[in-house]
Design a protein around this ligand. Structure first.
Ligand code: HGY
Ligand code: MN
Ligand code: MN
Length: 424
């Protein structure tokens, strides 16, 4: 089927994505960091569009914005579609947003077609999917899946606000997180840009995601001594940045060794490195870095952490500083997507005449946490040059609409097949 006559309105879907993109920090397009006023402004727009589409809108105690339309047979439970509307700093217009807009457009397309599902349908904008200033990602989907604990709620951002206060500030209720935990969702589907080059390089329209990487984030702090950069002899320094710089190189070389072994996909990144007091004429007294390690094989993470723990301690000794923290900030295992949902997505792509392939996700997604409470699967659509987490992120209107049509088609089929398939 040509992408122009899909069973939904590509322009309406595109307008939601572009309208949300307008709500950004103008100095850093496109930025709508979770828990900020800009994020809440974006949510107001999403809630408005949900309501205009006929959805009953609520916020759960984990801060997720949920639009709901009852099915013919409420006892069957819920089919949910969603993603996130927060962004990374200087991120793109599609990461997360395309998935929320897809759910909204599917609701409208069903309404316009006079179709009512047997299952209840929910569209979910999950809170804080991107790693926030509090150091945690997927806050809302952790909450919905019962994976948001007190230790996580005690995490603080640089000015000292704990996550639990931020959650309350955006409309959640950290004292009643149990109320967010769901047991009535039968299937969760998420559309996302691929954030990689496989689909574009093979001129394919649809990626049916096979698995989602496990992600471990580790914080390391080195404490040395701030000293005068001009008068302190090199051999008398306690330079925290020397140990941190060594550790960045260690992270890369251990990751390369593990990835080249071929026993699973492995990548590791140091994306945060702070230097204090950070002046050109002061020997750095304190450094904090955060490592993001991802794999399809948890044993590789175990070996990575062992090696980096050992080698970063040696780096501290060499630089005559203390390693005052080596802390796991978060740890999620790799997740396989649900075969029943994958089969429905493959059939839908085939019926729509779209080119498809199965492929793993190197990015983390809310779907990974939703897999803890229901069948969960994802559809990737191509993005230009695989670029993401950057303002250049781009996806074509028809590519997003084709992915949304696959989910729409699959939801109609699952509305029946889930009744026979039974619970996971
Ligand atoms: O970091 C990720 O993989 C996702 O974009 N949150
Ligand atoms: Mn992202
Ligand atoms: Mn995302």
């Amino acid at each position: 089927m040509a992408k122009s006559n899909l069973p939904l309105d590509a322009d309406r879907l595109w307008a939601d994505i572009m309208d949300l993109a307008e709500i950004t920090d103008p100095a850093q397009p496109y930025t709508r960091r979770s828990f900020t006023a800009l994020f809440l402004e974006g949510r107001t727009l999403v809630a408005q569009r949900f309501a205009e589409a006929g959805l009953a809108v609520r916020m759960d105690t984990a801060g997720n914005l949920i639009g709901r339309i009852e099915g013919r047979n409420p006892s069957l439970g819920v089919i949910a579609i969603g993603s996130h509307s927060d962004t990374v700093p200087s991120g793109g217009r599609f990461d997360g947003i395309a998935g929320v807009a897809t759910g909204l457009e599917i609701v409208r397309a069903l309404r316009d077609g006079g179709a009512q599902l047997d299952h209840t349908l929910e569209v979910i904008d999950f809170l804080a999917e991107e790693p926030s200033e509090y150091g945690l990602s997927c806050v809302g989907s952790r909450g919905m899946s019962g994976s948001l604990d007190g230790k996580m709620l005690d995490l603080v951002e640089p000015s000292g606000e704990p996550l639990r206060d931020a959650l309350r500030r955006v409309g959640g209720d950290p004292e009643r997180l149990d109320a967010a935990r769901r047991g009535d969702i039968r299937a969760f589907l998420e559309l996302h840009i691929e954030q990689g080059v496989v689909l574009e390089s093979q001129s394919l329209d649809i990626g049916v995601v096979s698995s989602i990487v496990g992600i471990r984030r580790i914080e390391i702090v080195f404490e040395g001594e701030a000293d005068h950069a001009g008068t302190t002899p090199l051999q008398l320094r306690h330079d925290a940045l020397l140990a941190a710089a060594d550790t960045v190189a260690i992270v890369r070389s251990v990751a390369e060794r593990l990835d080249w072994e071929g026993s699973g996909y492995f990548v590791a990144t140091v994306g945060i490195l702070t230097v204090e007091p950070s002046a050109s004429n002061i020997v750095p007294g304190r450094c904090r870095l955060v490592i993001d390690a991802r794999t399809t094989n948890p044993d590789l993470t175990r070996r990575f952490v062992e090696a980096v723990e050992q080698d970063s301690a040696a780096a501290a000794t060499r630089a005559r500083v203390k390693r005052s923290a080596f802390t796991a900030l978060s740890d999620g295992p790799p997740v396989a997507c649900d075969p029943h949902l994958q089969a429905a997505l493959r059939r839908a792509a085939r019926d729509l005449g779209l080119g498809q392939t199965d492929l793993p996700s190197g990015a983390g997604h809310d779907a990974a946490f939703m897999s803890r409470i229901c069948r969960s699967a994802m559809v990737f659509v191509p993005c230009r040059a695989g670029k993401s987490h950057a303002p250049e992120e781009w996806a074509d209107r028809d590519a997003v609409a084709a992915g949304a049509a696959v989910i729409l088609q699959a939801v109609k089929a699952l509305d029946q097949s889930l009744q026979e398939a039974g619970p996971v």
